[in-house]
Write a protein that binds this ligand. Structure first.
Ligand code: PLP
Length: 381
């Protein structure tokens, strides 16, 4: 089946519950005991095994051509539970340096308290990975496209490197969604998502997912059960509803991202645009080889730095100034004051996240309307 068909039909119960076309919301914390032998099989919302959880796990696994998947209470619940499953005291992690801010601060601020070491690596330089590899290195962690600079590591090399050195390969695939990239199909062990973004698509829930081999998903599930990061059934229902239109929405996100990046690239007041779909982007060839689209997220700098960026954002009439991405509406932020504010200013500067860097998450409005609004706001500066 093609992906857009799987997104609608995979995981749906047969026969349907009471004939309902959609999986109803099973808003019941506990279920009658039916002789289950293992703790994980007792049906209880925290154990991630209501019919709502099961349907979602199946559709997400099918979407990325993996054996299994589970949903979590947020993207960070997926990321933290997966890292704490793979790593134990005394282990070492190689992690891409420019990561989503929450992941970055979890690695630097929380992993050391568990006695887990880490080194940040330049995801574009396999020699750097080799140099930082240690006998106790257990995993390598990257993002499909980094947030907010949209760097694309060579994922084939990451998977090869992990296999050659017995590491668990982990990837945050939020920015691509299963429509643009399917990491397990390429050989990644664990694919992580903030389903808050494209997978749900409507900016009305927070949710996460972990996708991979059944043996890994079972282990992550046991950890998640202890950490208590399960997704509420009502949020499961909304996520399932969002997933059904993912393929259609991603087509428009991909187009809007590309058209806005091209417009900004040619605008005289714009100094730098980061979007891997632009042929001028350093990772354009990799993006073309690996991804089926570059999504709606892009970042750029305009002449005049942070003060001009703030004035520009205030003038916009369509994009809302709010963190997050992947919803139907276009959002715009300054990562230095939102998603990446937890990273020390000198580290942000070294990573290339200037105070004036603007991140735009294109929604699914008409590209013409968004471009008109951007042009109007730039013209008034
Ligand atoms: N990964 C990426 C790439 C993100 O952009 C985000 C949130 O912005 C997260 C993970 C965390 O997800 P959540 O906010 O659902 O916990």
């Amino acid at each position: 089946m093609k992906l857009q068909t799987k997104l609608i039909h995979a995981g749906q119960p047969r026969p349907r519950f009471a004939g309902a076309v959609n999986v109803p919301i099973f808003q019941s914390s506990t279920f009658e005991y039916a002789g289950e032998g293992r703790y994980e099989d007792i049906r209880y919302i925290r154990l991630n095994n209501t019919p709502n959880h099961i349907a979602l796990g199946k559709v997400l696994a099918a979407a990325e051509e993996a054996e299994a998947a589970l949903v979590t209470g947020s993207g960070m619940a997926a990321i933290s539970a997966a890292l704490l499953t793979v790593l134990k005291t005394g282990d070492h992690l190689l992690a891409q340096e420019c990561l989503y801010g929450g992941t970055h601060t979890f690695i630097t601020g929380d992993l050391p308290a568990f006695g887990i070491g880490f080194d940040f690596i330049d995801a574009g330089d396999p020699e750097d990975w080799r140099r930082k590899l240690r006998p106790n290195t257990k995993a390598i962690y990257v993002e499909t496209m980094s947030n907010p600079l949209l760097q694309v590591p060579d994922h084939r090399k990451v998977v090869e490197f992990a296999r050659a050195h017995g590491l668990v390969s982990m990837i945050d695939n939020t920015l691509a969604s299963p429509v643009n990239f399917r990491p397990p199909a390429l050989g990644y062990d664990l694919s992580l998502h903030s389903c808050t973004k494209y997978l749900n698509g409507h900016s009305d829930i927070v949710a996460g997912a972990v996708i991979g081999a059944a043996s890994w998903i079972e282990r992550v599930n046991r950890k998640l059960i202890h950490l208590g990061g399960s997704l509420d059934p009502h949020a499961c229902f909304l996520l399932e509803r969002g997933i059904k239109t993912l393929a259609l929405r991603m087509r428009q996100h991909n187009e809007n991202g590309r058209r806005i990046a091209e417009f900004l690239h040619h605008h005289p007041k714009v100094e730098r645009v980061m979007y891997p779909g632009l042929k001028e982007h350093p990772d354009h060839a990799l993006a073309c080889a690996l991804l089926e689209g570059c999504g709606g997220l892009l970042s750029f700098e305009i002449a005049g730095g942070a003060a001009a960026a703030r004035r520009f954002m205030q003038r916009l009439r369509l994009p809302l100034c709010a963190p997050s991405l992947g919803g139907v509406e276009t959002l715009i932020t300054l990562p230095a004051t939102t998603s990446h504010s937890g990273i020390a200013p000198q580290d942000r500067a070294r990573l290339g996240i200037s105070d004036g860097l603007i991140r735009l998450a294109a929604g699914i409005e008409a590209a013409e309307d968004l471009i008109d609004d951007l042009a109007w706001a730039l013209a008034g500066l």
